[in-house]
Design a protein around this ligand. Structure first.
Ligand code: MN3
Length: 202
């Protein structure tokens, strides 16, 4: 069975004005779709054909670069679409709120740390909120790497929230102003999904 491009749970224009429709369409239908196609080609006929995306990326160290890049691309974008929603944002709720306060002191302190990780990632990459043994931490990875890639990244744990800071994620609307994109993104976070993902880690 091959991987497929997941359907977005909302329309391309539904995250406006924070993320514009054209960016969403190109990002999902061209970029993510490309990772899916290239991943399927890269694992065809290998023992990893038919394995879950989580299993594939956790073995990225032993696999060819095409699997690391495109498997990461597929996993990362699938997570990214799911942790956003129209009318999202605001303060976190539930267990995530409690865990954020425990790890960072306050939501504002967490936001500052996460935004700094996103802003200072040189070139293309991702900022992450990860859960490891019930504790949260913030980190960033280059390219399409992610915290599940054991032995390849400095991040630890399972990502429960991720932000794409590749230029393709924001350049049409924000050009070189990555920090403006990052601050707008806080208005579309789907905290219910982040809570769901935290629960699944525990
Ligand atoms: Mn992207």
């Amino acid at each position: 069975m091959s991987f497929e491009l997941p359907k977005l749970p909302y329309g391309y224009k539904d995250l406006e004005p924070h993320i514009d429709a054209q960016t969403m369409e190109i990002h999902h239908n061209k970029h993510h779709n490309g990772y899916v196609t290239n991943l399927n080609n890269a694992i065809k006929g290998t023992p990893f054909e038919g394995k879950s995306i989580e299993e594939i990326v956790s073995h990225a160290k032993e696999l060819p670069p095409a699997v690391r890049n495109n498997g990461g691309g597929h996993y990362n974008h699938s997570l990214f679409w799911s942790v956003m929603k129209p009318g999202g944002g605001g303060a976190p709720t539930g267990d995530v709120a409690t865990a954020i306060n425990a790890a960072f002191g306050s939501f504002d302190a967490f936001k500052e740390k996460f935004s700094a990780a996103a802003a200072t990632r040189f070139g293309s990459g991702w900022a992450w909120l990860c859960a490891s043994e019930g504790k949260l931490n913030v980190c960033s990875t280059p390219n399409q790497d992610n915290p599940l890639m054991k032995g390849l990244v400095e991040c630890a744990g399972t990502p429960i929230l991720g932000l794409d800071v590749w230029e393709h994620a924001y350049y049409l609307k924000y050009q070189n102003k990555r920090p403006d994109y990052v601050s707008a993104w806080w208005n579309v976070i789907n905290w219910d999904e982040v809570n769901k993902r935290l629960k699944a880690v525990k």
